[in-house]
Design a protein around this ligand. Structure first.
Ligand code: PAF
Length: 300
């Protein structure tokens, strides 16, 4: 069935139900990764619940020279896909509806976790993301909000904001959806030429290599990932990947893991440019019992 397509907060309020409400926030150009989020939302709230998909290209999270103007806008197809996957409502507000006072003077600060990795390459990006996520949480008033693991730093920051600022919402993470050859789905993949796309596969290969090295510990994970990325790096005058970072971080703080006997959860994250397209990818890891050769006090 076709979902209700609404553009204003007032219309959205008029569709509120007593039942549980889930929200999936997107910037549109929906693909199978978003479909997985909508399906997970529908499954969690059940047939009586309400699934709201927001479609809003948030100017606040794009830096100067980034792809705000060319970001794909495909609302008709988005509404169709959202409806097919079980959304009841698509909320696609205008910039004026979301920011009625113009550029907001008061914003959410992402703090230190928002200044590293993606934040270091895209200053202000996460302040813009969290500001719009906070606003969309107020406007949609969901019980549960779904975010993709693909944007791991965003996910951690949203969790942190919800906890630090007492938003009454549960945050659920949904695993990254990949093409059969490993490329993580992203609305930006459509910018890639065939050869850029082929080169971009080194990102997921590097993550897989890192994953396989988990039993050898954090340093080995980073080494394995870098070994895959090095030959894929851009050569002068040629094509390839311009790698911004490969990092192993604590998902709670996004601080880099420097301790080679680290135990617990971690995220191996990569970012690179293929031509003019910036791609990010990551894999969640878990370090269990350390490798015997890595117990403190034992010989290496
Ligand atoms: O992940 C995205 O698509 C965006 O950052 C979000 C969460 C919809 C905020 O604009």
């Amino acid at each position: 069935m076709s979902p209700h397509l609404v553009a204003t907060a007032a219309e959205l309020r008029s569709l509120a139900r007593e039942a549980e409400r889930a929200v999936v926030m997107t910037m549109g150009a929906l693909h199978e990764g978003h479909a997985a989020l909508v399906r997970a939302a529908r499954e969690l709230v059940g047939p009586e619940g309400q699934v709201v998909v927001t479609v809003f290209v948030n100017p606040l999270q794009f830096g100067a020279g980034e792809d705000l103007d060319r970001y794909p806008r495909t609302l008709d197809a988005d509404v169709q896909l959202a409806g097919k996957e079980g959304a009841d409502v698509v909320f696609a507000p205008s910039v004026a509806e979301v920011y009625p006072g113009g550029e907001p003077q008061v914003r959410i600060s992402a703090g230190p976790m928002g200044a590293v990795l993606e934040g270091a390459f895209r200053p202000g990006h996460f302040d813009g993301v969290l500001t719009v996520v906070a606003k969309l949480l107020h406007l949609t008033a969901p019980d549960v909000a779904f975010f993709g693991q693909k944007d791991a730093q965003q996910l951690s920051l949203v969790r942190r904001m919800v906890r630090d600022l007492n938003f009454p919402v549960e945050v659920v993470a949904v695993p990254t959806v990949r093409e059969p050859d490993g490329l993580a789905l992203s609305s930006r993949n459509r910018y890639l030429s065939d050869s850029e796309r082929a080169g971009a596969l080194a990102l997921s290969r590097a993550l897989r290599a890192g994953e396989q090295a988990v039993p050898q510990g954090p340093a080995a994970v980073l080494r394995a990932a870098r070994q895959v990325l090095e030959p894929a790096a851009v050569r002068p005058g040629g094509q390839g990947l311009d790698v911004d970072y490969v990092a192993l971080v604590d998902p709670g703080s996004f601080a880099e893991i420097t301790d080679d006997v680290w135990r617990g959860d971690a995220v191996l994250a990569v970012a690179a440019r293929a031509g003019t397209t910036r791609l990010i990818d990551n894999v969640p890891l878990h370090f269990g019992t350390p490798h015997p050769a890595q117990h403190p006090g034992e010989a290496r």
